[in-house]
Design a protein around this ligand. Structure first.
Ligand SMILES: [Mg+2]
Length: 416
């Protein structure tokens, strides 16, 4: 077993186009995702895959910085891996949690390949063959080249949701908000719900609302089939206070992203559903530990998406397959992508769900041609500032926000 040690770490930034630029409370994804694909090679010839985001920027150099720490490290020694690069006090100076996640994915991939089993088998075994996903609807600018894809009005949102449902079979629908004035987003959310009777909905303005706006919005959706009210306001104390006024389950992927925060949340009862992100939490295994705490303490869990290509999606599928207390459809940005870097291209949704890979390891491999093509596109276009809106130069988000985008303005901003 000792030869399964890390011999090389290679990171490749790639840019994969989205159907259209997607908006969120802090800015936008400027018509593309920039992701860093990580390859870990072992001394005995295995190749494991990882992936990381980075707010629109390349993370290559950060991974290069890990090589001195991890050369010769046994991929099976995952607890030691964590202590080597992100123990809790060293992390105060050099937070490598997300880097650790990508390396953990690759180590699990290699362990699975070496043992001839899928990653889910290493994690306790799958409880389900598919993971259900929500439609994850965004307000969008039109694609700069085609002029298509704008989602700004209630009618456009309803049409977009119908198209996604027809294509992929979603029965849960998430609206990413925090972009336009709350009254406009409320009208859109209610129109969405009216257009899909009997289905389930969730609204996520990424903590952009004031307490007053969140109370008003929340009270105005109580008659709908809401999964939960996701990060309406910033911080556990405000989330807790909101519950005094709005009887909806709350959810977060923002203010409970580590075990200290999870402990505090258990004590305060601020958030009901913890959205587990395999990157934000530092890997699949920390998410499973957190899911266990949530199960014990009566909290719900679901799978969060911080943007993904197929490698990261595979980690979400393996996690979603083994969590016994998975209570909601997962989130993915995935259906906004036009392609992927994995062999076979984009994974397919069937009836709103994606099949959990059963091949050894993560069960995905790289398509070298696509990797090269999208690396070239990264070199051509460069990064983008995830926390800026190309349609509002000079604007930046306040928390809470009150300077909303104008829903009357149909923009097609430059994206470079
Ligand atoms: Mg969220």
């Amino acid at each position: 077993m000792s030869s399964t040690t890390i011999a090389a770490i290679r990171a490749t930034p790639v840019t994969v186009p989205l159907e259209a630029p997607i908006l969120h409370s802090n800015g936008a994804h400027w018509g593309r995702f920039v992701r860093t694909i990580v390859e870990v090679e072992t001394a005995d010839g295995y190749l494991g895959l990882g992936e990381m985001g980075g707010g629109g920027e390349d993370a290559t150099r950060a991974f290069a910085g890990l090589v001195p720490y991890l050369s010769g490290h046994d991929v099976f020694a995952l607890e030691a891996l964590k202590l080597k690069i992100c123990n809790p006090t060293a992390s105060l100076y050099n937070n490598r949690t997300q880097l650790h996640a990508a390396i953990e994915f690759a180590c699990l991939d290699i362990m699975g390949q070496k043992l001839g089993v899928p990653v889910h088998a290493l994690l306790g075994g799958k409880l389900r063959d598919t993971v259900e996903f929500a439609s994850y609807l965004f307000f969008r600018y039109a694609d700069a080249a085609t002029g298509r894809g704008e989602v700004r009005t209630a009618d456009q949102l309803v049409a977009h949701a119908a198209a996604l449902k027809a294509a992929h079979g979603f029965t849960s629908h998430k609206l990413k908000g925090g972009v336009y004035p709350p009254a406009h987003e409320l009208a859109c959310y209610r129109a969405l719900a009216a257009s899909l009777p009997g289905e389930r909905f969730r609204y996520d303005p990424n903590s952009a609302l004031s307490l007053a706006d969140a109370i008003e919005f929340g009270r105005s959706i109580l008659d709908l089939r809401n999964d939960y009210y996701e990060d309406p306001v910033w911080g556990m104390p405000q989330m807790k206070r909101l519950k005094d006024f709005v009887p909806l389950p709350t959810a977060t992927n923002s203010v409970v992203v580590n075990f200290e925060q999870l402990a505090q949340n258990v004590q305060t009862g601020a958030v009901d559903v913890i959205l587990l992100d395999t990157t934000f939490w530092g890997g699949i295994r920390p998410c499973l530990k957190a899911a266990g705490v949530c199960e014990t303490m009566g909290l719900g869990v679901a799978v969060h998406s911080s943007g993904e290509l197929g490698v990261q999606l595979a980690t979400m599928l393996h996690m979603g397959a083994v969590v016994p207390n998975l209570g909601y459809a997962a989130d993915a940005h995935y259906h906004h992508l036009t392609d992927d870097v994995i062999a076979g291209g984009l994974m397919r949704y069937e009836n709103g769900a994606i099949r959990v890979p059963d091949a050894p390891g993560l069960g995905v491999t790289l398509d070298r041609d696509r990797l090269a093509r999208y690396h070239e596109l990264f070199r051509e276009l460069g990064g983008y500032p995830y926390d800026r809106d190309p349609g509002r130069p000079g604007w930046f988000a306040h928390v809470p926000n009150s300077a909303w985008a104008d829903p009357a303005a149909s923009l097609r901003p430059a994206l470079r």
